[in-house]
Design a protein around this ligand. Structure first.
Ligand code: SF4
Ligand code: SF4
Length: 418
């Protein structure tokens, strides 16, 4: 079953800049990995862009300070995934001091591949569409033939990517062209939803001289932004593990702009655009915000109503939270006044099964009880670990059950982090 989702898109197109957090809480997380070495001490002065932590293991990607100021402490704060994560607390001195002057590169397509990979790595560029995977790793693949730029943004409410695509179209095209040249990739395809004809028009106006870049309209079906569905739609091909299996790299469009800033200014990933939306906000807006900013400060600026429900992420894949801090892969915050406690018992209608894009049986997973270690076997045959968290099962459920959350719990049990 293919599912079309209501839009709820923003009416205001103004981009607000919020740059006055008194303190930032930089989450020590990279993707889902919290195995981070802390490189600063309490009382230490840090510059905007200073490296304050580094991921351990295979992907030794750094984490940077988003303001200049003094390291006050290390505290746990809720992050995009609804989990508490250790953060470096920095008191902002509002001087925006940087350690060394950033060099501006006239042309960004003359780096060697090694320099390119290094700039992406050292500037902490990660996927900004959700997974937070280190971007340089994708380009380490040999024989890439197609770059797909994901500008689909299929969840309702979210327009952060749309906002950056509209305002930074020339920079994005220049970056795609540089990536193609440096990595010797044949073609790039910018995937845009059919309903976003205005965005296609904007790209068409500037694309003239970039002969290897094309814009492709894709169906307005959820979850078209999911990497596997998008690659299939654009190339007609399936893959087992990663798009690189078939010579494809997929980058979200906000990530492309972060690559631009890394190549042009040697600027680390320390800020991003986030959509703040939902019926409980008087002024729903896209906001440019520093990583580590407490979200409640921005919600207050946008005049949130009392007793609202806050969701980190979109309505399909997001997590209900009390408060949270901004991380590199947080693309949306919703303030809703829906009553989420209207669930009734399961009607056994099977709708959740028919919509699941990875062909799971969410209702069976939900009804499987876990009491002891031996019960894991019952979950294993249902493969909850394959869930992509798209939320379609919960969206379609007429009984308003939190099906996705139950599948997520089963996934955690299998992974051993229940
Ligand atoms: S959230 Fe998981 S179980 Fe539910 S429809 Fe999406 S992939 Fe299937
Ligand atoms: S969609 Fe909801 S009511 Fe229908 S089978 Fe799935 S969990 Fe039960």
């Amino acid at each position: 079953m293919k599912v079309k989702i209501d839009k709820h898109k923003l009416t205001s197109e103004e981009l607000i800049v919020y740059n006055k957090p008194k303190k930032v809480y930089i989450p020590l997380i990279s993707g889902n990995d919290t195995n981070i070495t802390i490189l600063v001490n309490k009382g230490e002065y840090v510059y905007k862009g200073s490296i304050i932590g580094k991921r351990k293991g295979d992907f030794r990607i750094p984490i940077h300070a988003s303001v200049s100021g003094t390291v006050l402490d290390f505290e746990e704060r809720t992050c995009y995934n609804g989990e508490k994560v250790k953060c470096v607390v920095i008191e902002n001195d509002f001087k925006e001091k940087i350690e060394q002057k950033l060099s501006i590169k006239k042309t960004i397509n003359q780096y060697t591949k090694e320099e390119f990979l290094n700039l992406l790595k050292e500037n902490g560029i990660v996927g900004m569409g959700g997974a937070g995977f280190p971007t340089y790793v994708k380009y380490e693949t040999k024989n890439i033939n197609t770059l797909i730029i994901n500008a689909v943004e299929c969840e309702p409410y979210i327009t952060a990517d749309y906002s950056i695509a509209k305002t930074k179209c020339e920079e994005i095209l220049e970056t795609i062209d540089a990536i193609l040249e440096i990595n010797k990739i044949n073609e790039a395809i910018i995937a845009i939803k059919k309903e976003n004809l205005e965005l296609k028009q904007i790209f068409d106006n500037f694309i003239g001289t970039y002969l290897k870049i094309k814009v492709k309209l894709v169906p307005n079906i959820y979850p078209m932004g999911w990497e596997k569905a998008l690659v299939k739609q654009v190339t007609g091909k399936d893959y087992d593990n990663y798009p690189s299996d078939i010579g494809v790299v997929v980058n979200n469009i906000s990530t492309i702009y972060a690559i631009y800033e890394a190549l042009k200014y040697n600027k680390p990933l320390i800020e991003r655009i986030i959509t703040f939306s939902g019926e409980s906000l008087e002024k729903p807006s896209n906001v440019l915000v520093k990583i580590g900013t407490p979200v409640h400060e921005i919600l207050d600026e946008l005049k949130i109503k009392p007793n609202s429900i806050i969701v980190a992420g979109g309505p399909m894949m997001g997590n209900k939270v009390e408060d949270l801090v901004v991380s590199a892969n947080l693309n949306c915050v919703l303030a809703l006044n829906d009553d989420l406690n209207m669930a009734t018992p399961c009607l056994e209608c099977g709708k959740c099964v028919s919509v699941c894009p990875v062909k799971l049986s969410p209702v069976l997973i939900m009804k499987t009880k876990y009491k002891k270690e031996k019960d894991i076997k019952k979950f294993k045959v249902l493969h909850p670990e394959q869930c992509i968290g798209c939320g379609l099962c919960s969206y379609i459920c007429p009984a308003k059950l939190f099906v996705r959350e139950r599948v997520k719990e089963a996934k955690n049990i299998i992974r051993g982090d229940k």
